[in-house]
Structures are given as structure tokens and as C-alpha cells.
Design a protein around this ligand. Structure first.
Ligand SMILES: *[C@@H]1O[C@H](CO)[C@@H](O)[C@H](O)[C@H]1NC(C)=O
Ligand SMILES: *[C@@H]1O[C@H](CO)[C@@H](O)[C@H](O)[C@H]1NC(C)=O
Ligand SMILES: *[C@@H]1O[C@H](CO)[C@@H](O)[C@H](O)[C@H]1NC(C)=O
Length: 372
């Protein structure tokens, strides 16, 4: 109706009207769903359904600060990045794909395919016996998509998917696999070749998702992995492993370039890259600003920096989770996940490029409206 009124007036007013129209529309349900693909940073329970998997967190002390102290399978003391992200968007956390009844209609607000220990490469996570690699997560998504088409019809399903956000949190396990003690990957690839392989594999799979209707990609880079307790504990005085940090940054550089290329090849796609490396380095450099007193040691675990043993029922844990960056040897605390979700959703270009998620939601939505 607003558009029709605007048609009768001059160009300037028309522009203003379109803008107002967009703002009005954005205020309600601009994003119908969040589809989550990733590893443990965003796993909300898929691995609970993998009987053989060693990458699990559905036991104490995980979930210590979750409602009812429940161990849900999240690798966190409380909620994780996927929870806070959905909350920012105004949607419930997308439930684990494997928790859904295979006969039922999947929730219209999104599904999570994330699996702890998994990677972009099929080979990543083999040491955990059973994980869901990105390619398989996409296979599962295509099944959800088929049901969506049955439910909404081809055209409405396509509209739904083009407005939905696809959140990716991958790369940590792929990268760490190279540096694992006893890894055979260095025998097959140089570090640069391996980074390139991960990035090009990721690109191929993102294109596949584009082919399935995804248009809004939100992609997290990896953190400074050499500063995670798991790596710090191997270095004198608990300093960061600079080689691991260097290759983490190189992977992120490749990822950023790849996303830019992908966008230039598929003009109606939009993305946000989240610079987790920069965001976490900022926490390390300004711990007091955020109330952190410990940036090196894991809260839950045993041994050096509490990083010799993961967070299992026999591990000890810190009394104040709010002043630790790391929950266990490789995962952040709930409070860090919350800070990251804030930066990604509504932060400056420093950590969310080329735009933040709030802008992604608004800009693309209006482009779609104008074209129709
Ligand atoms: C990875 O696994 C999927 C099955 O989930 C398979 O279709 C694909 O070809 C595999 N990719 C590679 C590079 O082996
Ligand atoms: C790596 O593995 C070898 C042989 O399994 C072992 O002797 C060595 O201590 C390990 N190094 C580290 C840093 O864990
Ligand atoms: C986004 O950031 C702006 C400026 O920093 C702030 O005023 C606004 O409240 C934030 N909005 C949300 C939804 O967080």
C-alpha cells in the first residue's frame, strides 16, 4: 500500500517511501529462519545422537550455568554462540537436526546441523570416530529443504530460503588437525597447500548451498588458535604458539578473499565475515574492559592450564566463569560467546565485514522488495 501511494509522486519522495517501507517491513520477521552449519562452537546437541562419537559434551560440568544446570551437548558452561546469535535475530535457537522426528515437519524458524569435532574437509574429525562433516551437513539440509518445498510450495520455499541466514562456524578442527602431534597431513601438504585446500573445499560447498537457495551467508573465521589453552600449555610460560597463530590468520585471509570472489560470481548473494581472530585478540589485550582476570587457563579441566584433560566429570572447574575467556581447553565461556554475537550482529566494520548482520538483514531484504 505504501508503495502504491509513493508511485504518484516525484523521484525524491519515492526513494524516501521505499526506505520507510523497508524499515517498516524489517521491523517484523525479516529473517524467517537461521540454518546453522558448523562444529562445536555452535553444536546444540547433534552429537548426542551419534552413538560412537568421542566429541561429546552431554555430561557435567558442561552446562553448569545453563538453566537447571543441564548438560545439553553444548561445549560450554552455558549457552553458546548459536543461542546468542538466534536471540539477536529474534528467533529461538535452531534445534539439532538429529533430534527431529523424521516424519514431522521441521521447524520453520531453522534447523542446526552443527557437529562438534567436524570440519570443512571430510577427513577432519576422524579421531573422534563419528562426526558430521560440512558436506554431510549440507546433505541433511537438502532433506529439510525438500520438506519445506512440500510444505510451502516451490516459490514460497525459495523466498523463505533467500531471506534466511546460513550461519557457518568451521575451520578450527581442520586447522588444528595439521598441528596435532602425529598428524600425517604435513607429509601430504605444505601448510599453504592445506590452507588453500580447506578454503577451496569451503567455496565449492558454499556454491552448492547457493544452488539450494541460500543467499545470506554469515561466516566466522577461526580464532588465534595458538592462544587456546590446548596450544599454550605446550609453550614455555604459557605463551601463544606463534606458528599456529600465523596459519590461523593465513586461513582467515584466504577465507575473506574467497567470500569476496564468491560474491562477485553470485551478485544476489550477501555475506558477513566475522573476524573472530581480531575479536578474541582484543579480549586478550583488554581483559579488564570485559572483566576477565584469566585469559590463558581453561576453567574446566586438569593439569597444566587445566588443558591436559578436557572438561569431564572428574575435572575441576573455576568458581567464577565470568572472568575466564576459556571454558575448556578449546572452547570459550558463555560470556565470550555473548560478546562475539553482539559484535557480529551490531558491531563496527572492525570485526564484521563488509557489513554486520543487522545491516545484512536490512539491505538484502529491501533489495528483494524493490526488485519484485
Ligand atoms: C565428502 O563426503 C560426501 C558425503 O557426505 C561426499 O559426497 C563427497 O564426495 C566427499 N568429498 C570428498 C572430497 O571426498
Ligand atoms: C608426541 O608424540 C610422541 C610419540 O607418541 C611423544 O613421545 C611426545 O611426547 C608427544 N609430544 C607432545 C608435545 O605431546
Ligand atoms: C546497535 O548499536 C547501536 C550503536 O552502538 C545501539 O545504539 C543500538 O542499541 C544497538 N542495537 C541493538 C539491537 O543491539
Amino acid at each position: 500500500m505504501e508503495i502504491a501511494t509513493c508511485m504518484n509522486v516525484n523521484g525524491t519522495t519515492l526513494l524516501l517511501c521505499v526506505l520507510v517501507f523497508c524499515l517498516l517491513r524489517v521491523s517484523h520477521a525479516a529473517v524467517p529462519a537461521v540454518y546453522v552449519l558448523g562444529a562445536s562452537m555452535v553444536d546444540v546437541g547433534n552429537n548426542n545422537y551419534l552413538p560412537l562419537s568421542l566429541a561429546k559434551a552431554n555430561f557435567p560440568h558442561n552446562g553448569l550455568d545453563y538453566p537447571d544446570r543441564k548438560s545439553t551437548g553444548r561445549f560450554s558452561n552455558g549457552m553458546n554462540f548459536a543461542d546468542f546469535f538466534a536471540n539477536k535475530i529474534g528467533l529461538p535457537t535452531s534445534p539439532p537436526y538429529l533430534s527431529l522426528n523424521s516424519d514431522a515437519t521441521p521447524p520453520i524458524t531453522g534447523v542446526s546441523f552443527a557437529s562438534g569435532g567436524s570440519g570443512i574437509l571430510n577427513e577432519t574429525g576422524k579421531t573422534y570416530i563419528q562426526v558430521i562433516p560440512l558436506a554431510q551437513q549440507i546433505n541433511y539440509f537438502s532433506l529439510v529443504r525438500n520438506k519445506l518445498i512440500q510444505q510451502l510450495g516451490q516459490s514460497n520455499a525459495q523466498k523463505h530460503l533467500s531471506k534466511s541466514i546460513f550461519l557457518f562456524a568451521f575451520g578450527t578442527n581442520d586447522m588444528l588437525a595439521y598441528f596435532n602431534n602425529g598428524s600425517t597431513i604435513p607429509k601430504q601438504y605444505t601448510q599453504q597447500q592445506y590452507v588453500d585446500l580447506i578454503v577451496s573445499t569451503f567455496k565449492g560447498l558454499l556454491k552448492m548451498l547457493y544452488g539450494l537457495g541460500a543467499r545470506k551467508m554469515v561466516v566466522a573465521g577461526v580464532g588465534p588458535l595458538g592462544c587456546y589453552p590446548l596450544k599454550r600449555k605446550l609453550i614455555k610460560d604459557g605463551e601463544c604458539d606463534v606458528a599456529v597463530d600465523f596459519w590461523s590468520a593465513r586461513y582467515n585471509d584466504g577465507l575473506k578473499l574467497m567470500l569476496r570472489d564468491l560474491k562477485s560470481e553470485s551478485k544476489d548473494m550477501n555475506y558477513v565475515y566475522f573476524d573472530m581472530y581480531g575479536a578474541m585478540t582484543n579480549l586478550f589485550q583488554n581483559p579488564k574492559t570485559y572483566g576477565f582476570t584469566d585469559i590463558k587457563e581453561a576453567c574446566c579441566g586438569l593439569g597444566k592450564l587445566n588443558a591436559d584433560v578436557p572438561c569431564v566429570p572428574t575435572s575441576s572447574y573455576c568458581t567464577n566463569r565470568k572472568n575466564h575467556v576459556f571454558w575448556d581447553l578449546i572452547h570459550t565461556t558463555e560470556v565470550v560467546a555473548s560478546i562475539f554475537a553482539d559484535l557480529l550482529y551490531n558491531g563496527t566494520k572492525k570485526y564484521a565485514v563488509p557489513m554486520n548482520v543487522k545491516q545484512l538483514v536490512e539491505s538484502k531484504f529491501c533489495e528483494t522488495e524493490k526488485r519484485n
